[in-house]
Design a protein around this ligand. Structure first.
Ligand code: AKB
Length: 319
């Protein structure tokens, strides 16, 4: 029986992952933890504990109390927030990951899943169809911490036999919980403005292509990788992952098919430089070959589902 600890459970990915894992492994077998209070639904439907991942003794206490054998370590400071406070990003992302990996050794955990990001790439990386093995010289603190996390995870696998796995997520789009502090956040914000009949000011240029993924694919990717037989994996912590690539203008046009009066203006800020340092599209053939990865959502399908669900949140029947 799996006993799973999820860090960062109140965040964008965590709040969807918790529901999925509790359905799959049983409500009481999935412990939600975060430094912030999660949504009521997460607290009511299963166990939850406050956890600061920079505090190793609290991680260890929780693993012992709940007899944890698997960790999904999501707690992290993302790219844009990380540029506002690089010291905090370093502390949370590097120390948090180190504490989780050390706990993996101490408690002989069965598996640790640590998402990485397209932020591991930098301006010198090929921009189109970016290969799995390529130049990793990020220019953001977030990217630097994610490269470190990938390398540490591979090291702990080889050196201590801890089964650490991870994917390089593109921008994740979802309707349940807003993302916080990322460069790809515009792709979620745009929907909320459109549905509420408000004009949106986009912080990226209209032609900025970035790799993106819809949340149901992202959750499935994490769990499919977590459950893949280890002998099939040549990579461990650093799988490229792809689903769709679009620019803000294309997203605006797709939303306008349902909400024609929607207006967007483009005023790039400091996040443009971050976006310009990342790939436009990703080659994910290693994930496809080694554990059968295949996305289900493209841009039109994602937009339809997002507008349906965000519409419902605001009592509007858009799709
Ligand atoms: C961010 O924009 O920082 C994240 C990411 C791509 O990892 N969404």
């Amino acid at each position: 029986m799996k006993r799973i600890l999820v860090t960062g459970a109140a965040g964008q990915i965590g709040s969807d992952l918790i529901v999925y894992l509790r359905d799959r492994y049983g409500k009481n077998n999935v412990l939600a933890t975060d430094i912030r209070e999660p949504a009521e639904e997460i607290k009511e439907e299963g166990p939850w504990e406050k956890l600061d991942v920079t505090d190793a003794s609290n991680i260890n206490r929780i693993i012992e109390d709940y007899e944890i054998d698997t960790i999904y370590h999501l707690a992290a400071i993302l790219s844009a927030r990380g540029e506002k406070n690089p010291q905090l990003a370093f502390k949370v992302n590097i120390l948090g990951t180190y504490n989780v990996l050390e706990a993996g050794v101490k408690y002989e955990l069965e598996r640790i899943i640590i998402p990485s990001s397209i932020a591991v790439f930098g301006p010198e990386t090929p921009k189109d169809n970016t290969p799995n093995e390529t130049v990793l010289r990020p220019t953001t603190m977030y990217g630097i911490t994610k490269v470190t996390g990938e390398l540490l995870g591979n090291y702990y696998f080889k050196r201590f036999g801890v089964d650490v796995r991870g994917v390089r997520f593109p921008g994740i789009i979802s309707w349940k919980t807003l993302p916080g502090g990322g460069t790809t956040d515009y792709a979620v914000e745009m929907f909320y403005y459109a549905v509420q009949g408000k004009k949106y000011t986009c912080f990226l240029r209209e032609d900025t292509y970035l790799p993106m993924m819809y949340m149901p694919d992202a959750i499935r990717a994490l769990v499919e990788l977590a459950e893949a037989p280890v002998e099939k994996l040549k990579h461990h912590t650093d799988f490229n992952l792809s689903a769709m690539s679009f620019c803000p203008k294309e997203l605006e046009k797709e939303i306008k098919k349902y909400i024609p009066e929607f207006e967007v203006e483009y005023k790039p800020d400091y996040r443009q430089e971050i976006a310009d340092s990342w790939p436009r599209s990703i080659d994910d053939s290693a994930a496809r070959e080694e554990w059968g990865w295949k996305p289900q959502y493209d841009l039109p399908l994602m937009v339809k589902d997002m507008l349906h669900n965000i519409g419902k949140k605001f009592g509007k029947d858009i799709v």
